[in-house]
Design a protein around this ligand. Sequence first.
Ligand code: SF4
Length: 248
Amino acid sequence: MATKSRQKKSASKRRPLVKGKPAKKAAKAPKPDRPAGTDPKRVAAILAKLDEAYPSATCELNHENAFQLLIATILSAQCTDVRVNHVTETLFRQYPDAKAFAYATPSELEQKIRPTGFFRNKTKSIMGASKGILESFGGEVPRTMEEILTLPGVARKTANVVLGTAYGIPSGIVVDTHVQRIAKRLDLTRNEDPKKIEQDLMQVIPKDKWILFSHQIIWHGRRICQARKPKCLECNLESLCYAKDKTV
Ligand code: SF4
């Protein structure tokens, strides 16, 4: 008899036979690995403030298509967007498509992209990615994370920039140095590893906001929440922020 009653009890856990009880437990269940800052109301308030400050934030790398954005994003590693735009202004005229980059003379391409830094590795990535696009994807940048990650020199950050900005596909959240820093300052993550930070953010930011949120945080990092001296007095997120290195 006692066993039967225990079985009944465990079955009842699946259905709210006792009014309110299971629902209450679910609502109270803590998310042990989530920081306090990820409270849904707080996250919604942060998103509203970002929309207020940066309603039309977008990628600042000049491009006319997904392929050019891919090349510009590879070039932007450890380099400012302004410098990349300066280089690509002539580069995209000299190398108009994937075929031109794939069969470039490496030493010539190296010199053309030299101002962006790490030019030897970037040349290898650009030529490798261009060949991959030609040989495996008919000359078009693929539209899935799985496929785009097969291209040499393309990791999740680049893939998210291209899929999100060029194709409008919310594949994930771009985690660059600004997003890394600000997600921590805003207590949306306590991880250091970009992949884990992205997973944390994807759990708390609604999917339909992933693309815009990435651009907004990058803009915020460039304009206000800078690494060394964040301009907290000018920040519209200040009332929601309790970062240790706030300047007000
Ligand atoms: S208050 Fe300061 S530290 Fe916090 S998000 Fe704004 S600029 Fe960054």
